[in-house]
Write a protein that binds this ligand. Sequence first.
Ligand SMILES: *[C@@H]1O[C@H](CO)[C@@H](O)[C@H](O)[C@H]1NC(C)=O
Ligand SMILES: *[C@@H]1O[C@H](CO)[C@@H](O)[C@H](O)[C@H]1NC(C)=O
Ligand SMILES: *[C@@H]1O[C@H](CO)[C@@H](O)[C@H](O)[C@H]1NC(C)=O
Length: 329
Amino acid sequence: MRNPAPCALLLLLVALALTQYCAGSHWLQTFNIMILEYGIWEPRFIQVGYVDSIQFQGFDSKGGTARMQPRAAWMGQEPPEYWEKETEEALLLSERDRQLLRIMVDYYGHWKNDYHTLQEVFGCNVANDGRFLRGHYRLAYYGYDYIILNENLSSWTAEGKAVKNLLNSWEAEAERWRTYLQEDCMERLLRCLDLGKETLLRSEAPQTLVTHRVRPEGNVTLRCWALGFYPADITLIWQRDGNNHTQDMELPDTRPAGDGTFQKWAAVVVPSGEELRYTCHVHHEGLPEPLTLKWEPPAPRIPIMEILIGLVLGTLVVGTVVIFLVWKK
Ligand SMILES: *[C@@H]1O[C@H](CO)[C@@H](O)[C@H](O)[C@H]1NC(C)=O
Ligand SMILES: *[C@@H]1O[C@H](CO)[C@@H](O)[C@H](O)[C@H]1NC(C)=O
Ligand SMILES: *[C@@H]1O[C@H](CO)[C@@H](O)[C@H](O)[C@H]1NC(C)=O
């Protein structure tokens, strides 16, 4: 791609939305991005579909034969009719998004900008027992003009003049989205969970360890690591003397390891010598029970070399004395 920015935007959007699911439930989410580049008449439309953190299908209008494609091995079980239908739906959405994008660009007179993007994210969340929990829909022009379907799925919140202009004609649209999220989206999600159960419903417990690093100021960073776990939901907490020590805890986002599992760490800075008052607590569905970890100071070094040298020297001395005595006799 000539201009990498829109793809980076899409990735950011995906990353933000993927942090919001909670233990035991599952999300199906669709991310659309429409990109209009200056001097290129045909906008590009990209759609990616995720179940939780796993991409399962994708569409890219670049190239003449744009089709919805499987992105996870288990989607290969879907018949050709499925891909026909998904391709058709992606094309319909892209036509609608293209019109919306042109309305926005016209409204603001943005025609001379290098590129324009319209982003759309929507999805549904199912409970462990198959119940619909919630759905969401959001459309953003550049990221500052946006329209969001309210949590009750029956009205909109909008920010930005162009999008507010659109609102008048969007009342019926809310109902359309509600139906989609509660029915079609749920049906698709349950089907995905069934087809991909070996991937999506597995749980892999984290491997854990605590590292210790002396800082230039003299105190110590204790870092609690969780590696190789799935799904991405995890809780890492540091405690001091058994009390939560979250206020000074550094806790970056959970990140994909690249092999389908996740990684996370939590760090605290502690006074040197007080390391053993801190414990790290790890909660993950793959663990039979939560783990409690401590930094383990290295075992005192056994001076093997000194002992060996002592033994050798001792033997030499004794040997010399024996030889001397024998010689003297
Ligand atoms: C839905 O939620 C919005 C915002 O929270 C509220 O203004 C609206 O009245 C609600 N609609 C219904 C039907 O409850
Ligand atoms: C400590 O933090 C965990 C996770 O946020 C929370 O569930 C727990 O209730 C907290 N415990 C106390 C004593 O505040
Ligand atoms: C670590 O040491 C520095 C310098 O002595 C101090 O300013 C900082 O507050 C210490 N941090 C903690 C958490 O003890």
